[in-house]
Design a protein around this ligand. Structure first.
Ligand code: PFF
Length: 444
């Protein structure tokens, strides 16, 4: 059967940018900037995104397009049986990450629903904290929203690449940019917003340390959806005439743009209201609603914001779902529709303990972590970096010539930074990633 392809280059770029732009940009990036010392984190992050993230992204897309297969099939085809284990790992990583990503995705739906139904009106800051706690620790409510989130993902992916994922991205990504632009304007026009802008943009080098640098590289990988097969999978549907470095450049730029805009949205608001920028994960779900509540028409601002988060989350989630669906569909030769439904159900069920871990199963810990944190730790610290290193080594050493042919479209589109890319894949990126793993395990 002919493999499905993206309908257009823009379709691919929007879908891949949809995968990259997610909770990582809007929820995690601003709180990392807040917690890791502001502008200096931004500088290091941008450097990694461009120097390392861009190169690994090219390698992932090239791997998928060359092999015309899901991550497992791609590693097998390009590197032989020995390397296929890394493809399997990528699929496992996508499965694991989606299981808890979808729980946070469910929270965004819960907030949209509660905002619309007036569930938050008249709340003060402390009440938001209480309400967030109630939501995430409840044994039923977040699981229902997790199910709704997965069901929406399944409904998109079940329609295939062009009529499902590409169409969703073409509608949702412009919406995401409109919502973001409106919110940034609102935030920057608050009294006292400039203190937040300064904190975000002016680096204070005294915050530079190994842990911060490691966090910046980890975030760059997560944010670009690298290391878990999403871009291998999306790349496998890319037309052979398209330039991979050009498409990757677009995706990296859009991802960075959204992270920066999210910084301009969140930090000025936090400073204008004298809140703590280092509040951590609760910044988005507790601090911001409390700020919105103070604004005229705050309910509209709040609705836009949580809609934005939902859109960002779902366009990322579908790329993870597609990784698993394409693997099962291709390797076991089963029909896409049923595969999508069953994979969706399996991921939903696997995610349930993670949600319970924030409430009734909070006492169940492994290595001092509840299941939610443990799965995040294992995937961020081991699965994802190992997947990224494997892609770099396959591209840089195992099948370098095939990769060059792919990246340059058989020499038709020379890539100006080919030598830099080669050494990045061969040596620099793998070493940098290994160091991040070392820091995550043995660092403070
Ligand atoms: N890049 C997404 C984010 O920043 O939220 C998360 C993600 C999606 C990671 C898809 C990995 C992936 F394959």
């Amino acid at each position: 059967m002919q493999r499905e392809h993206w309908g257009s280059r823009v379709g691919f770029i929007l879908a891949a940018a949809g995968s990259a732009v997610g909770l990582g940009n809007i929820w995690k990036f601003p709180y990392l900037v807040g917690a890791e010392g502001g502008g200096v984190f931004l500088v290091v992050y941008v450097a990694f995104l461009i120097a390392i993230g861009f190169c690994v992204m090219i390698a992932e897309i090239a791997l998928g397009r060359h092999a015309q297969a899901n991550p497992f099939g791609a590693f097998k085809r390009v590197g032989g049986k020995r390397w296929s284990i890394f493809g399997l790992l990528a699929v496992l990583t996508a499965f694991t990450i989606l299981s808890f990503y979808s729980i946070v995705g469910g929270w965004t739906i819960a907030y949209v629903v509660k905002t619309i139904t007036g569930g938050f009106s008249g709340f003060s800051g402390a009440e938001f904290e209480g309400r967030f706690g109630e939501l995430v620790t409840s044994p039923i409510e977040p699981i229902v929203y997790h199910a709704v989130f997965m069901a929406i993902g399944v409904l998109i992916v079940i329609n295939g690449i062009t009529s499902g994922i590409e169409r969703a991205a073409k509608i949702m990504m412009p919406l995401l940019f409109i919502l973001l632009a409106l919110l940034v304007v609102r935030s920057l026009t608050l009294d006292g917003a400039m203190a937040g802008v300064r904190y975000f943009l002016v680096p204070d080098w005294s915050h530079l340390d190994a842990d911060m640098v490691a966090a910046a590289l980890g975030q760059a990988f997560f944010s670009l959806s690298l290391g878990m097969g999403a871009l291998i999978t999306y790349g496998s549907y890319l037309d052979e005439k398209e330039s991979i470095p050009n498409a990757a450049g677009w995706v990296v730029s859009l991802d960075l743009l959204v992270a920066i805009l999210a910084g301009f949205l969140i930090l000025p608001a936090v400073f204008a209201f004298n809140m703590d920028p280092a509040a951590g994960p609760g910044l988005t779900f507790i601090t911001l609603p409390a700020i919105f509540a103070e604004l005229p028409f705050g309910i509209v601002v709040q609705l836009c914001f949580f809609l934005l988060l939902f859109v960002a989350a779902i366009t990322s989630a579908i790329s993870l779902l597609q990784v698993v669906v394409s693997f099962v569909g291709e390797e076991f030769n089963v029909c896409r529709q049923w595969t999508t439904v069953w994979v969706g159900i399996a991921i939903f069920l696997f995610g349930v303990p993670s949600s319970l871990a924030l409430g009734v199963w909070g006492d169940v810990t492994f290595f001092d972590m509840n299941i939610f944190d443990l799965l995040g730790y294992i995937s961020d610290t081991f699965f994802l970096p190992i997947g990224a290193i494997a892609t770099c080594l396959v591209a840089g050493w195992v099948s370098y010539d095939q990769f060059v042919a792919e990246v340059t479209n058989e020499g038709e589109r020379p890539f100006a930074y080919l030598t830099a890319w080669k050494w990045m894949c061969r040596v620099i990126a793998p070493l940098a990633i290994l160091w991040v793993m070392y820091d995550a395990v043995f660092g403070a």
